[in-house]
Design a protein around this ligand. Structure first.
Ligand code: HEC
Length: 227
């Protein structure tokens, strides 16, 4: 090859430049993000999740929950996430600093889970989540393999599911969540990003009225999304 050196130097240069821009640039911008200390509460946010929740995140990733669930609330001018009750503010980078592997997700077949445990007025509790995972629903896959159906030996297990109706186990048997199910539920219950950081305010306002002057197409798309 006649210009081999120039070719390979150019190739190396463009890879190094894009790596520098993408990896080093983001690291410089976000890598040093520290928790925010609120002097009023004498607490820093976000809270560090308990170890069991960090284990649960691995189970969440392992089972592919992120193929149907996101964990990222968008700004009101970009999507209708806040109107759907998934969060009162957009997600910011600081929300994820203690997460080993943030599960942002890409497609939303189910609802966003970023603020699952902080939902108002009624966030699901551990019993609701266990039941959803064990039995699924019309729209939800069941993860029965995360539970053990076993005979009651001596006393009933303290963590056995409280099931009613058609789901009630046979007499003398109980459904007990495995350690994976318990850590997954602990993880789901740790999803609570409701604290308002300085950078999450002021919220960008959703456009009050469609502005015809800037072309009809984007406006029509936004309206469609809200449905
Ligand atoms: C095939 C897509 C799909 C997969 C995979 C999936 N989900 Fe879901 N999920 C849904 C849908 C759809 C709903 C809404 C169901 C309903 O309302 O009955 C939902 C609802 C939920 C809810 C209740 C949310 C709320 O707003 O109350 C939780 C919690 C949840 N899923 C957790 C999980 C976890 C954990 C996993 C992985 C083990 C998972 N999901 C995997 C589709 C999925």
């Amino acid at each position: 090859m006649k210009n081999g050196f120039v070719f390979f130097a150019g190739l190396f240069g463009s890879i190094a430049l894009s790596w520098g821009g993408l990896v080093l640039g983001s690291h410089k911008q976000l890598g040093g993000l520290a928790p925010f200390f609120d002097e009023g509460d004498s607490t820093s946010y976000p809270n560090r999740p308990p170890g069991v929740a960090a284990r649960g995140q691995l189970v969440y990733a392992d089972l592919g929950c992120a193929s149907c669930h996101t964990q990222q609330v968008r700004r009101p001018d970009v999507g209708a996430d806040q109107a759907r009750g998934w969060g009162e503010r957009q997600s910011v980078a600081r929300d994820y600093i203690f997460q080993l592997r943030p599960q942002l997700g890409a497609s939303r077949i189910g609802p966003d889970l970023t603020n699952l445990a902080g939902r108002k007025p009624s966030a699901p509790d551990a019993d609701d989540l266990m039941k959803l995972l064990y039995a699924g629903s019309e729209l939800h896959p069941a993860y029965g393999f995360l539970f053990e159906n076993r005979p009651i030996v001596g006393e009933r297990s303290a963590v056995a599911l409280k099931l009613t109706g058609a789901l009630t186990p046979a007499p003398g048997r109980e459904i007990v969540p495995t350690e994976r199910a318990q850590s997954l539920v602990a993880y789901l219950l740790s999803l609570n990003n409701t604290y308002d950081y300085p950078e999450s305010r002021p919220l960008p306002k959703a456009p009050a009225k469609p502005d015809g002057a800037h072309g009809a197409a984007p406006t029509a798309k936004k309206e469609g999304e809200k449905k």
